[in-house]
Design a protein around this ligand. Structure first.
Ligand code: F0G
Length: 478
């Protein structure tokens, strides 16, 4: 096993320490399509895995968002939905779960993460203000920009290097951040947008030491910190495994401490919180809560359901509790590391160390002959699907979109193709199949051609953009 975290886990437990702490009670059939069927599906879908029907997918690693398997307890909770318009008992369960495990005082429910991002961006950001963050996330930055904010990346340099083995590649570069405070004036900074783990960097964690120092720096300048807590449980697990002084603490304790250094958080509950839909926003400042509560009724729903059914809030409250259990997180991240280790053993270029929610293939390393303007990561997602029916997603130049000021493509240093692992859904045998499929795509890399974009939507283009394969130079029309 190549990953230092995995070794530590194995050594500590002295066994296959990531074996799942559950058994399977219900199954959903999946089937492998033929190569011809996949070719048709891919062309129909414009070489965009978001535009392929899930029935045409064998192993679906498009996202870990909303794709978790719920437990028997959560399904039982669904039957206890109190579908009152106002004051549903499930809302109070959810509120208590957020307060208990994340530690914030006030909670506003939303239909999913971007609903919460919309509210906080509109309420907190004044047009023209800067929003520094530890790497962008697509929907987060777009909401910040739509509110008039200017996102500035202040993540450490190591995050942009797929080969760097830094244990906390999600850390904020505090010198870069302070330089920004000095340059633009802290009053022109809306807040620090901190994410743990960092999705676009490969699911990389932020250390407790870094968030503590960030708190001290922000206190000196009077700047607030809001946390994207979407995968913060996985971040807490990495702190437990890698940071001195945390090996004996539970994931739940670490999560609570981390959140205590921030002023509030938004959440896509579709990941760590183990539900298929839902989100929330939580803060400590009563005046801000008041403003958010006024806003939620315009865009999401009443402040005691925020776009969710009562039954969804019940499943979410239970999911929060299940999601922070040490044996759950160990097996969840352990499965991701298992797949990563297989690929590392075969010397396939991936982001290292392996992150919390998926494997990120380094498309520049995969296809050095395909320039970034021909979308290497998009190409890799298409090729892997064609090869095997395994579906991943582009996280490179297509996801990065265009600079709103210049209209030019942004060229991110990381050109990645993500294989996100849903929680509690696939088995170790599925991971073996995925590894073999990636190996087959890798073996065919030299003859693989890039793509050109033939349709580009105005916002979040990766969801709906369409592509065509660039013809061979001796093919007609080339
Ligand atoms: N923040 C992060 C870090 C995310 O990964 C996501 C969604 C969101 C916010 C937005 O939440 O989807 O509930 O509206 N990420 C999904 C993904 C889409 O596949 O990584 P949402």
């Amino acid at each position: 096993m190549n990953d230092p975290t995995f070794k530590t886990m194995g050594q500590q437990a002295g066994r296959r320490s990531w074996a799942e702490p559950w058994k399977i009670k219900m199954v959903e059939p999946i089937h492998l399509t033929s190569r011809e069927e996949r070719e048709t599906a891919l062309v129909d879908g414009g070489y965009n895995t978001f535009l392929v029907r899930s029935e045409d997918v064998y192993i679906d690693l498009l996202t870990d968002s909303g794709t978790s398997a719920m437990s028997d307890r959560q399904w039982a909770g669904i039957m206890l939905g109190d579908e009152a318009y106002a004051g549903s008992r499930n809302f109070y369960h959810l509120e208590e779960a957020v307060q208990t495990y994340y530690g914030y005082r006030f909670m506003v429910p939303t239909h999913q993460g971007r609903g919460a991002e919309h509210l906080i961006s509109q309420v907190v950001i004044k047009p023209g203000q800067y929003v520094p963050g530890n790497m962008y996330f697509t929907t987060t930055r777009l909401h910040q920009e739509l509110a008039g904010g200017k996102f500035v990346d202040v993540i450490i340099e190591e995050a942009h290097n797929p080969a760097s083995l830094h244990p906390f590649k999600g850390d904020v570069d505090l010198d870069k951040l302070e330089a920004l405070f000095v340059e633009v004036g802290a009053e022109n900074v809306a807040y620090v947008s901190l994410a743990g783990t960092v999705n676009m960097a490969g699911g990389q964690p932020v250390s407790m030491g870094n968030v503590r120092a960030l708190r001290a720096l922000c206190d000196r300048y009077g700047v607030l910190i809001y946390l994207d807590a979407t995968r913060m449980v996985e971040n807490a697990f990495f702190i437990q495994q890698r940071e001195e002084g945390y090996a004996e603490k539970s994931v739940a304790e670490i999560l609570l401490e981390f959140c205590s250094y921030t002023d509030g958080a938004w959440m896509s509950a579709k990941k760590d919180n183990l539900v298929n839909i839902g989100g929330w926003l939580a803060v400590n400042d009563p005046d801000l809560f008041d403003a958010l509560r006024n806003m939620v009724v315009i865009y999401e729903g009443l402040h005691t359901y925020g776009g969710m059914a009562g039954r969804d809030m019940e499943a979410l409250a239970i999911g929060i509790f299940e999601g922070v259990q040490d044996d759950h997180v160990r097996s969840r991240v352990g499965q991701v590391l298992y797949l990563g280790d297989l690929l590392i053993d075969w010397e396939i270029p991936i982001v290292r160390p392996v992150g919390g929610h998926g494997i990120f293939l380094d498309a520049k390393g995969f296809y050095p002959h395909i320039p970034q303007g021909q979308f290497p990561a998009q190409t890799l997602a298409a090729e892997l699907y064609l090869e095997s029916g395994v579906r991943g997603m582009e996280r490179g130049i297509v996801s990065a979109g265009r600079d709103p000021a210049t209209g030019d493509h942004r060229h991110p240093a990381l050109e990645l193709m993500r294989l996100a692992i849903p929680r509690r859904v696939y088995t170790q045998a599925h991971m073996d199949v995925v590894a073999e499929a990636v190996k087959a795509a890798y073996d065919a890399r030299e003859t693989t051609r890039g793509l050109k974009m033939v349709y580009e939507p105005a916002y979040l283009r990766f969801f709906q953009a369409r592509f065509e394969r660039i013809p061979k130079t001796n093919e007609k029309g080339a």
